[in-house]
Design a protein around this ligand. Structure first.
Ligand SMILES: CCCCCCCCCCCC(=O)SCCNC(=O)CCNC(=O)[C@H](O)C(C)(C)COP(=O)(O)OP(=O)(O)OC[C@H]1O[C@@H](n2cnc3c(N)ncnc32)[C@H](O)[C@@H]1OP(=O)(O)O
Length: 225
C-alpha cells in the first residue's frame, strides 16, 4: 500500500486550529475524583434496589450537588486536553470526549498508551452502565471504543483525522465488569487516508474487531495536500 500521507514528526498543536488546550496535569485531583465518583453513581442509580425514601433523599443530594457545580468558570466546548504518555509522547484529545474524555463522567476511564509491539493498548473495565444484552457490553459502545482506539492510533502516528468509514465485527459476547484489552494500530496510508485496525479482547480472545479509514485533517499551510 502506498505510504505517502506524510506523518508529521511532531503533532500539530490544536491551538493552531483555534482550539483551547489544557494539560491533563492541570486538572485538579478533586475534579478527576469527582468524575470517578459520578461514574460509580450512574451505575448505582441504574441498578439500585433502594426504597422510595432513600431514592427521594438521594435525588435531593444529587440535585444539590448539581446546583453546586453549575456556573463558575468552565472549559468551553471543543477544549482539547494534552496528555503526556509513556516515554514522553504528547497526545491531544477532546477534554469531554464521550469515549475517553477525562472530565466526562459518561465516558469510561479509558487510557490508550503506546504498546511495546507498536500501536496503542488500553485496559478498561466497563460497569453495568454499558449494558446492552443481559450481562454484556452494548455493541454500539464496542463500536465507539474501537472508533476511539482507531482514531487515537492515527493521531499517535502524527496523522490526526476524522473517521470516514468504520467496519466492526462482533466475534464473541463481551462481558461487563471484567478487564478488557483494546489494541489499535496504523496498517497503511494513501494520500490523506490512514488505514487503521483495532481489537477488543477478553481473556485473550478477540470479542470485537474493527477497521477504519481515517481522513487526515489538513495541517496549517498544507491545504489540499
Ligand atoms: C490537533 C487537533 C486534533 C483533532 C483530532 C480529533 C480526532 C478524533 C477522532 C475520533 C473519531 C471520530 O469519532 S470522528 C467523528 C465521526 N466522523 C465524522 O464526523 C466525519 C464526517 N465526514 C467528513 O467530515 C468528511 O467526509 C471527511 C473529512 C471524512 C472527508 O471529507 P474531505 O476532507 O472532503 O475528503 P475527501 O476528498 O472526500 O476524501 C479524501 C479521501 O478519503 C476517501 N474517503 C472519503 N470518504 C470515505 C469513506 N466514507 N470511505 C472510504 N474512503 C473515503 C476519498 O475517496 C479520498 O480518497 P482518495 O481520493 O485520496 O483516494
Amino acid at each position: 500500500m502506498t505510504v505517502d500521507a506524510k506523518p508529521v514528526a511532531e503533532l500539530p498543536d490544536p491551538r493552531d486550529y483555534g482550539l483551547a488546550v489544557v494539560g491533563e496535569e492541570e486538572l485538579p485531583a478533586e475534579l478527576t475524583s469527582l468524575v470517578a465518583e459520578v461514574r460509580s453513581l450512574v451505575d448505582a442509580v441504574a441498578h439500585t434496589r433502594a426504597g422510595d425514601e432513600e431514592l427521594s433523599a438521594a435525588r435531593a443530594s444529587v440535585a444539590e450537588a448539581a446546583a453546586r457545580l453549575r456556573g463558575g468558570p468552565r472549559h468551553e466546548i471543543g477544549t482539547m486536553v494534552r496528555h503526556i504518555r509513556d516515554g514522553g509522547r504528547v497526545e491531544y484529545g477532546t477534554l469531554t470526549n464521550l469515549v475517553a474524555g477525562p472530565t466526562n463522567a459518561a465516558a469510561p476511564p479509558l487510557r490508550l498508551d503506546t504498546a511495546p509491539e507498536g500501536g496503542l493498548r488500553a485496559q478498561v473495565r466497563l460497569n453495568g452502565t454499558y449494558q446492552g444484552p443481559p450481562g454484556l457490553v452494548h455493541g454500539g459502545w464496542l463500536a465507539a471504543l474501537l472508533d476511539q482506539a482507531l482514531g487515537a492510533a492515527a493521531g499517535a502516528e502524527g496523522m490526526p483525522g476524522l473517521t470516514a468509514h468504520l467496519d466492526v465485527d462482533y466475534r464473541r459476547p463481551t462481558p461487563l465488569n471484567t478487564p478488557l484489552e483494546i489494541t489499535s494500530r496504523v496498517t497503511g496510508t494513501e494520500r490523506r487516508k490512514v488505514f487503521v485496525a483495532a481489537e477488543i479482547r477478553h481473556g485473550g480472545e478477540v470479542t470485537a474487531e474493527g477497521t477504519a479509514v481515517m481522513v487526515r485533517i489538513d495541517l496549517p499551510g498544507e491545504e489540499g495536500a
